[in-house]
Design a protein around this ligand. Structure first.
Ligand code: CTP
Length: 223
């Protein structure tokens, strides 16, 4: 691999409903954090760590350029801004796919002015797909040699879903894993599969996320 800059995204994004409530997901930021940390340890890369609202301990990677974002649109803007030729993008973030069409200025109340209960109907609109926009951006600006790695956290049909995301998002590789069982994305040991367009190329684990991150980075360095 010939990249010199590594951009790792991590954690969930947040989309505000009102000043105290948001839509998000259960991503902790652990995998992205350890991947960025491993690239820093290698010593010869400029590492940009763009993170949403991760757990506190995964918010800052020592000796990386740490950039904090909140919404999916902010994440997209930060990634496009950092994207240059000869770079590797590892999209470990879990962007919220939808956002409320508007954020209420004041806290939404259960009852209206007359004390009537009203329920709550939230209208959502789709967020941009960061990886799809990255591919478009690279093409329209003739940016060369950007290796794109996505993640696919699935509850079923891992191989099929992972490979269809490679095509849809125009990726070099995708890292797939099973999630769920009420454990969210979890901090427990897990296994991942690395896929290219041609299919499964490597399985890693079951191991801790730290060790999976290490092996993933070794694999990407040799890619
Ligand atoms: N991703 C992205 N922009 C989004 C949503 C996801 O770039 N708005 C990236 C993630 O960072 C990940 C990959 O796309 O690397 C797959 O994310 P996933 O949520 O599994 O895919 P979706 O396209 O949202 O598909 P679905 O939710 O329908 O399974």
């Amino acid at each position: 691999a010939t990249f010199r800059k590594v951009i790792v995204t991590s954690g969930p994004t947040r989309e505000w409903i009102d000043p105290v409530r948001y839509i998000s997901n259960a991503s902790s930021g652990k995998m992205g954090f350890h991947i960025a940390e491993e690239f820093v340890k290698k010593g010869n890369f400029e590492v940009i760590y763009i993170h949403g609202n991760t757990l506190e301990k995964f918010a800052n990677v020592p000796n990386a350029n740490n950039i904090s974002v909140e919404t999916t649109i902010q994440l997209r803007d930060a990634v496009l801004k950092e994207l240059t030729g000869d770079s590797l993008l590892v999209m470990a973030a879990a962007p919220a796919d939808f956002r409320p069409i508007m954020t209420a200025k004041h806290k939404i109340k259960k009852e209206d002015q007359s004390g009537e209960k009203q329920g709550l109907l939230l209208e959502l609109e789709e967020n941009p797909d960061v990886l799809v926009q990255v591919s478009e951006h690279i093409k329209s600006n003739n940016i060369e040699n950007v290796i794109r790695v996505g993640f696919a956290a699935e509850t079923q049909d891992l191989d099929k879903n992972a490979i269809s995301k490679i095509i849809k998002k125009n990726l070099n590789l995708i890292v797939g894993n099973f999630v769920g069982n009420g454990k969210g994305f979890g901090e427990i040991d897990s296994s991942v599969n690395i896929y290219a367009l041609s299919g499964l190329i490597k399985s890693i684990g079951p191991l801790s996320k730290e060790d999976i991150a290490k092996q993933l980075v070794e694999y990407l360095l040799a890619f």
